[in-house]
Write a protein that binds this ligand. Structure first.
Ligand code: NAD
Length: 258
């Protein structure tokens, strides 16, 4: 039980990677808060139908009022916040010269405004508690590398590394650590949606998108799994010292090597 009685808030946790992280944290003894646009309450009930150690909070991470109210609800329910995983995200693909400004702004808002607003609300609580804390950002190999068609995503994911470094510096005296996990491709709804979209944009088959675009640079042609990413999220959450802060960890079957 590496997270006994810790309280963890994970955004975008009704689906995919975030959902696996809350399950892993729950199994390690944490009280979990699933914050999502939709499906948060059902996802919380699916993990703990008694509601004693799981809370669903409907929240748009780009909305300041909803984020502050959601974190306040989490604190009211469980008394504290020890871990934030800023994970909510979307993907939109298009060539830069055809990218709609509204879609660019929407993606940056979810990834960056969402990370900022949830970080600020949790830091205020963590500083008040005086018991330290752990903030994890869901970056991507695209925090380190670029791919065509993904301008706002690559921009936002690089930006999260900057944010984590500032949180690491400001948070240190309060015992708050911040790190970034950078997964390769994981077969979640976010990626399933991209396969036909990329096939269309690039004029190749869906199988070629998987083999020759998504997994081409990996060491073994394999997708990263939600379990792989959740294991990294558990490692960061249970590493209880400022020795490991301001870092980014790539979990990608060797697609990107530091
Ligand atoms: P997913 O689509 O399965 O889950 C994303 C969740 O975020 C959804 O439940 C969605 O409702 C929620 N969300 C979207 N906008 C939101 C908003 N404004 N407010 C609150 N919640 C919102 O996707 P996933 O693959 O699990 O992605 C999770 C994170 O992992 C994202 O940040 C993504 O960029 C990152 N990531 C994914 C991959 C991959 O290959 N799947 C790789 C690297 C990084």
């Amino acid at each position: 039980m590496r997270l006994q009685d810790k309280v963890a808030i994970v955004t975008g946790a009704a689906s995919g990677i975030g959902n696996e992280i809350v399950k892993t944290y729950y199994n390690e003894g944490a009280k979990i808060v699933i914050a999502d646009l939709k499906g948060a309450e059902d996802a919380a009930k699916a993990i703990d139908s008694t509601g004693r150690r799981a809370l669903g909070v409907t929240m748009d991470v780009t909305n300041e009022g909803q984020v502050d109210a959601g974190i306040a609800q989490a604190v009211k329910t469980f008394g504290q916040v020890d871990i934030l995983v800023s994970n909510a995200g979307i993907q939109t693909v298009a060539p830069l010269d055809q990218f709609e400004f509204a879609k660019w702004k929407q993606l940056l808002a979810i990834h960056l405004d969402g990370a900022f607003l949830t970080t600020r609300a949790c830091l205020r609580q963590m500083y008040k508690q005086g018991t330290g804390g752990c903030i994890i950002y869901m970056g991507s190999v695209h925090s380190k590398e670029a791919s065509p068609l993904k301008a706002p995503y690559v921009t936002a994911k690089h930006g999260l590394i900057g944010l984590a470094k500032v949180v690491a510096k400001e948070g240190a005296k309060h015992g708050v650590r911040a790190n970034v996990i950078c997964p390769g491709f994981v077969r979640t709804p976010l990626v399933e949606k991209q396969i036909p979209e990329q096939a269309k944009e690039l004029g190749i088959s869906e199988n070629d998108v998987i083999k020759n675009v998504m997994l081409k640079e990996t060491v073994d042609g394999e997708f990263t799994t939600v379990e792989d990413v959740a294991a990294a999220a558990l490692f960061f959450a249970s590493f209880d010292s400022n020795a490991l802060t301001g870092q980014s960890l790539v979990v990608s079957h060797g697609w990107f090597m530091q």
